[in-house]
Structures are given as C-alpha cells and as structure tokens.
Design a binder for this molecule. Structure first.
Ligand SMILES: CC(C)(COP(=O)(O)OP(=O)(O)OC[C@H]1O[C@@H](n2cnc3c(N)ncnc32)[C@H](O)[C@@H]1OP(=O)(O)O)[C@@H](O)C(=O)NCCC(=O)NCCS
Length: 201
C-alpha cells in the first residue's frame, strides 16, 4: 500500500523532471541556433593610420589593413554564431587607393551567408582623408570563417536571414564564391561545383 502510494507520485515527478530537462535542452538549442539577421553581426572598426602602420612612401601597408579586416570580420562572425571562429580563406581583396599617414580608416563587416559551419563575411573599407576630410570607399573584401569547438573541429552555426536587396544579392552569390574558394584550396573538384557551373552552362 505504502509502496503503491509512493510509486505513483514518484513516477509523475520523474517524468515531470525529464520533460523539464528536455524542454530546457530544446530551448537552449533553439537559442543557440536561432537564425540571425545580417545586421545583428554588423561590426564597425575605426583606426587612424600612424607612422608604424606605413611603408617608406608613407602609405598604409597592405598587411596592416588585412590584419584590421581579419579582426573586424572575425568579430562579425563571432557575433553571428557566438563561438570561437578561425579564418578559413581570404578572397577578393584589392587595394584601389593608397591610404595615407593620418587618414582615418573605417571597416564595416557583416555576415553575408552562413552554411553548415562556415560563414562568409563582407567588408567595406572607407577612408576619411586627413588633409581634406573627404570620405571615399577604398575597397571591399570577403573573408570566410569557420566556427570551431575546443578541439578545433568545425561546429554548426545559425542560419542567416538576408533582409535588404544588397544583403539578398550577397547571400545569393555566396555559394558560388564558396565553391570557387574550395576549388582553389583543392578541397572540391570543379565537376562538383554545380552552382559555379550553372553560371557558364
Ligand atoms: C578551417 C578549418 C577549421 C576547416 O577544417 P576542415 O577539417 O577542413 O573541415 P571541413 O572540410 O569539414 O570544412 C569545414 C567548413 O570549412 C569550409 N572550408 C574549409 N576550407 C575552406 C576554404 N579554403 N575556403 C572556404 N571555406 C572553407 C568548408 O566548406 C566547410 O564549410 P561548411 O561546414 O559550412 O560546409 C581548418 O582547415 C583549420 O583549422 N584551418 C586553420 C585555420 C586558421 O588557423 N586560420 C588562421 C590562419 S593564419
């Protein structure tokens, strides 16, 4: 009699705890993997070009700009997935205008698309001329990051929601760029790059 009375409430309590744990895990997973908009990852970094950043002509060294862009885009990728990220590839960087000593450089980075564990980040580099105050867009760059766990193995990232026309255009082109990067890295056979092939055939 005692055992029966004790068993029924205990079963109810156990299943209540179990369902609570399942709900907490489901909520945590949803929270971690909740799709995010591109603008949630927006990262803006501003630097002033100092003597130590320049070459013998007094222009910003390309490597310094690449480093600033790497940091800025890594923060954007981290804001998207909330995990440790590593740079997987750097694409499409061109230096169109010299950036001079004293100029103010502003880098804007946003995730343009996420895949399973990788994220493409688009950047715009703006320069404010020290001498005139004119603001010009100097270049665009695209970096790819991969979210990794403590062992350095790739882990899943949330989906990206593209909202503006520009974000949708970048989102649509990202798979082609990913396939091209993988072919160049020797990680994909050109025959398997269906999205890229569709451009030509
Ligand atoms: C990036 C890294 C984690 C990928 O690991 P991996 O074992 O090759 O993993 P996978 O082949 O499963 O690829 C994982 C993801 O990375 C992407 N990836 C791998 N190499 C890539 C490249 N060269 N360009 C773009 N994306 C790439 C894959 O497409 C895949 O994306 P997905 O999961 O969204 O589909 C691994 O190569 C690494 O740790 N590299 C060193 C990173 C580093 O130190 N960066 C700083 C350089 S100084």
């Amino acid at each position: 009699m005692d055992a029966k009375i004790g068993l029924i409430p205990q079963c109810g309590f156990d299943s209540f705890i179990l369902s609570l744990i399942i709900q907490i895990f489901a909520a945590a997973k949803n929270q971690i993997m909740k799709a995010k908009t591109a603008k949630e990852s927006l990262t803006i970094q501003t630097e002033i070009v100092l003597p130590n950043d320049t070459n013998v002509l007094g222009n910003l060294m390309g490597g310094r700009l690449l480093h600033w862009m790497d940091v800025c885009s890594a923060v954007a990728a981290h804001r998207h997935c909330g995990r440790v990220v590593v740079t997987a590839s750097v694409n499409n960087v061109s230096f169109n205008q010299p950036i001079r000593l004293g100029d103010i450089v502003t880098i804007q980075a946003k995730v343009s698309r996420s895949f399973t564990s990788s994220m493409e980040v688009f950047m715009e580099v703006w320069v404010e001329r020290n001498a005139t105050g004119d603001k010009i867009k100097c270049n665009e760059a695209i970096y790819t990051f991969v979210a990794v766990d403590q062992q350095g193995s790739p882990i899943a990232v949330p989906e990206l929601i593209a909202e503006s026309e520009e974000e949708k255009k970048r989102f649509d082109g990202a798979l082609r760029r990913k396939q091209l990067a993988l072919i160049l890295a020797g990680k994909m056979k050109p025959a398997d790059a269906t999205e890229l092939k569709a451009l030509f055939f």
